[in-house]
Design a protein around this ligand. Structure first.
Ligand SMILES: Cc1cc2nc3c(=O)[nH]c(=O)nc-3n(C[C@H](O)[C@H](O)[C@H](O)COP(=O)(O)OP(=O)(O)OC[C@H]3O[C@@H](n4cnc5c(N)ncnc54)[C@H](O)[C@@H]3O)c2cc1C
Length: 414
């Protein structure tokens, strides 16, 4: 590294997305010095607009819940699933695990800015349009190289600890060679925002709607209503399912929707005023969630799949766990990042993983669309869909693979 001015800080957080903003605020609330470096200017677009109930626990812990409640986001009470004539709903106000109940669907540009502004109000310093481009963990104190994007000015920051909340930027996994392939196939999403002009038939604005393609069961759609009469709509499919379809993203998305009558009906009056975007190959994994002087948060660590809207919840949960542990470490305690961070965090992620795998192999879809399910079992499933995937008292969290297999067999035999 060339010799540059070196700033001394206690904690540096990479990225001001949900994981970075929550981690920064929690550390500041415990009296630590935190610098957040964010390469973009906020508000900025991000995908991931449907929140789970559990993420509000961390928003509350970070002292931001009143601000989120006052922001006028679309209330979300649960998730609805549709496949052909089948339609079923899970209500997050009626779950096995007691929790936040209702949550929100948000334009992430607004939501992420609100969280970052709240962190700043609590005293966290955030520098926008400053990008971390190199790191050096060879000495006791990690050193980060930073570029100010406005004028190209470069400087270095030395700190006691780095939390990487860089999301799809995956700064430390890339620079420290921690990346390892995900075991999920390469899937791709094509999505846009529309003015939906829905009359409410088959579309409850207070729920996310997940629709299964009528004949391709591994292809599904999200419809996420916002409070301004618009909604986010997207299709997710294995990369191979796009072969032979229009290259134009709008035409491609519309073609998938036209093949899916129940969704086509919901969107029949929609005004398609925003060019579609695509993101693919987003599933990612890492060799380690922590190392000397750093820990990985949210998407910078692992991203499974969008189907259960778990991304922001996992990001915030990792931020809360890491901030708590780092507080103890900075206060002089010896902490075990593997035992107290990586292992318990992965437990919930692995619960989601089982249900994501079950979604794509059809077994969890059979369970979701099963009409005669016992109410208590639906409440347990609803808990997981609401984000409470770490509650080991829930049998479907404690033993997800075995429980799902048994349940899927029951559904298949009916
Ligand atoms: C198709 C799709 C749909 C999804 N839908 C949902 C959903 O409905 N609900 C849900 O909860 N999740 C969803 N997700 C997941 C969600 O997008 C992420 O899990 C979530 O945004 C992760 O938050 P984060 O704070 O870890 O990262 P991010 O929100 O990505 O924030 C990371 C920040 O780091 C900054 N950064 C990156 N590199 C650098 C650098 N070098 N220097 C400085 N800053 C840097 C970025 O600019 C960014 O602002 C979806 C994902 C996909 C792919």
């Amino acid at each position: 590294m060339k010799s540059l001015e070196v700033e001394q800080r206690q904690v540096v957080v990479i990225g001001a997305g949900p994981s970075g903003a929550i981690a920064g605020a929690l550390l500041k609330r415990n009296g630590h010095d935190v610098l957040v470096l964010e390469r973009q200017r906020f508000p900025r677009f991000s995908i991931g607009e449907s929140l789970l109930s559990h993420c509000l626990d961390f928003v509350e812990e970070a002292g931001m819940l009143d601000a989120v409640r006052a922001a006028g986001f679309q209330t979300k009470h649960g998730a609805a699933f549709g496949w052909g004539e089948r339609y079923t709903e899970f209500d997050f106000r009626d779950t096995f695990t007691p929790g936040q109940g209702s949550t929100y669907q948000v334009l992430r540009a607004d939501f992420d800015k609100l969280l970052a502004d709240q962190a700043e109000l609590q005293g966290v310093e955030i520098r926008y349009e400053e990008e971390i481009f190199a790191v050096d963990f060879s000495a006791d104190r990690p050193r980060l190289s930073v570029r100010r994007l406005a004028d190209g000015h470069e400087y270095q920051v030395e700190c006691a600890f780095v939390l990487d909340g860089s999301g799809y930027g995956r700064v430390l996994p890339r620079l420290l060679d921690l990346d390892t392939p995900s075991n999920f196939p390469v899937r791709q999403a094509v999505f846009t925002h529309v003015e939906d002009r829905s009359d409410g038939t088959g579309f409850d604005r207070e729920k996310i709607l997940i629709t299964t393609h009528p004949t391709l069961r591994d292809v599904w759609f999200w419809t996420i209503p916002f409070s301004n009469g618009r909604c986010s709509v997207g299709v997710v499919a294995d990369a191979t399912r796009y072969q032979g379809r229009p290259e134009d993203l709008d035409a491609c998305l519309k073609q998938f929707i036209e093949e899916t009558p129940s969704l086509h009906k919901v969107l029949k009056n929609a005004v398609w005023d925003t060019p579609a975007r695509t993101i693919g190959g987003y599933s990612a994994n890492v060799k380690a969630l922590h190392g000397p002087g750093f820990a990985l948060l949210g998407n910078a660590a692992e991203f499974l799949d969008p189907v259960f809207s778990s991304g922001v919840t996992i990001a915030m949960r990792s931020a809360s766990m890491a901030a708590g542990l780092l507080h103890r470490q900075l206060s002089g305690e010896t902490v075990d990042w593997e035992q107290d961070f990586a292992i318990p965090l992965k437990r919930g992620v692995d619960t989601f993983r089982v249900y994501v795998e079950g979604w794509y192999d059809g077994s969890f879809q059979d369970v979701i669309y099963y009409e005669k399910a016992q109410p208590e079992i639906r409440r347990m499933i609803s808990s997981i869909l609401a984000g409470y995937a770490w509650d080991a008292k829930n049998p479907y969290v404690a033993e997800p693979r075995r429980r799902l297999r048994v349940l899927a067999e029951v559904c298949a035999s009916q």
